[in-house]
Design a protein around this ligand. Sequence first.
Ligand code: PHE
Length: 456
Amino acid sequence: MSSTTSIHGMWSSRLAFILAATGSAVGLGNVWRFPYTAGEYGGGAFVLVYLACVAAIGLPIMMAEVMIGRRGRQSPINTMRALARDEGVSPLWQLLGWMGILAGFLILSFYSVIAGWTLAYVVRAGAGTFSGADAAAAEALFSALVADPERLLAWHTIFMVMTVLVVARGVASGLERAVRWLMPALFVLLALMVFYAAQAGDFAAGLEYMFYPDFAELGAHPGEAVLSAMGQAFFSLSLGMGAIMIYGSYLNSRASIGQNAIIIAGMDTLVALLAGMAIFPIVLANGLEPGSGPGLIFQTLPIAFGQMPGGALFGTVFFVLLVFAAWTSAISLLEPMVAWLVENRGFSRPRAAALGGVVVWLLGIACLLSLNVWSDITVFGKGFLDLFDYVTANVLLPLGGVFIAIFAGWIMRRASSEDELGLRGSSLAFRAWWVLVRFVAPACVVLVFLHAIGLI
Ligand code: PHE
């Protein structure tokens, strides 16, 4: 039934897939979103719940998503339609693909604005703007940036153009080469940052903050905190919207999905933890507020770069790598809708990428204006940027994840899953996955939802 290759091209090797999927997973979610979200909910307990979500929900759903993608070999919408037909269930399953496209639009629109901040910080770091900066100076620099819609628009536009250019050329050709050196470099630099934080920051306090779980810190609404930890797991692992599904569709049929998923989720988690260990010691040593919100790393890292020897160079390299990490994630956010336009509308890749890019760019303008001129336009008390971030990570991605788990665990024939995962049905690995994907992952997501809205 499923073909062995995709019309959009294939990864040249298993390593290429791992690199690309890790490139999708590792991004602003790890370095920007994880620390500030953990900070909002008091650190340790949030981190613990987050890790549990990665293991019990994220990992099995990642395997399911790669598996579905590889079996369908098309854009998520068409993959779902084809697999639903094969299994003799309703074509409405393709709505899962559509929901993913919507999530992709919304995420990329604010993601690009934050990636724009990162671009702006490359220039600032390079120009030596941070030299000698203290907490107040770093804060002032950040506020000046977000208050300036024209500058935000310029950077957002540059980032969207970068993203469209790569997607237009085809994911495999440009991406593989970039990620091959980027990932190791980002690792090394983050490790160096942790080393610096251990010297100059309050390392003991930082580690305690991150790893000592104090459940009282989850606040008056622990359901809300747990929902955010789960949402962060989906966001960081790129799950629930078809990005990992489409990357799976370019994977050759022999590669082991389970092993690859463990490697990808493991690296993603490691990068998030390293980022936290680099940031919290500096936050605490400088009397900053861990719960200060989305500006956290942009108000913290400049203090470190401004004080360390060679900080201008180091800071520039750091933000350049973060731009790359964001870039490789952004590409995976645009790819599902582009693949669909190519498949169903007969668009050329460049045209499809440009069209998707323009829609995202427009939505992004609403996000960046919500930081300044439109700051009093709110929906549920949130401006567009915060709203898109909240709704996608905490609602759309987990919802997509539940349906992926249900499809893999309940709709697809067990024999198809065994075959696609390359596992014997009697093996421990398969049975563990089967229990997680059928029962544990969907039940956890639903319980977390119900708890967050106060029903249980
Ligand atoms: N995982 C990416 C990050 O952590 C963001 C992302 C979410 C990418 C969903 C694709 C799909 O930055």
